[in-house]
Design a protein. Structure first.
Length: 144
């Protein structure tokens, strides 16, 4: 894959997250919490993905991660836009399924890191990417 095509996939993922942020405003608290959780979990993944893309040429992995993040964000946004009550019940399952898929990509990143003879910076970038893909972010609750 050419660098321009790789960046197009990455840009589409960013665009779908922007759409998702915009559409979540009309949600009720439960559905909004799911959408917010998805956004909070994948934003650091995209940051780590961008860094890894700068240091390694692993287009199949990078395209797969960006495409997955964008596809799940688009699916979640479609449910939000269509506002079918029953479909909103699927949001927690979609967020969980997206997490499982990212865990698979993290395993791929770890395997590629050790098998590909990459420079040190690229290996560190892949490590950071793998960690970001599996990290579960929870908002901090402060005592009143």
């Amino acid at each position: 894959m050419q660098p321009a095509a790789r960046m197009d996939t990455f840009a589409r993922a960013i665009d779908t997250l922007t759409r998702l942020r915009r559409e979540r405003a009309a949600l009720g608290p439960s559905a909004r919490a799911c959408v917010d959780r998805y956004i909070e979990e994948v934003e650091p993944c995209l940051e780590a993905l961008e860094a890894a893309m700068a240091h390694a040429d692993l287009d199949v992995l990078f395209e797969g991660i960006a495409e997955s993040i964008g596809a799940f964000a688009d699916e979640i946004a479609s449910i939000v836009v269509e506002r079918h009550g029953g479909d909103a019940d699927l949001l927690p399952e979609l967020v969980a399924l997206a997490r499982v898929e990212r865990e698979g990509f993290a395993d791929d990143a770890r395997r590629l890191r050790t098998a590909s003879g990459l420079p040190l910076r690229a290996r560190h970038a892949l490590d950071a990417l793998a960690v970001s893909l599996v990290a579960i972010r929870r908002p901090l609750h402060r005592a009143a």
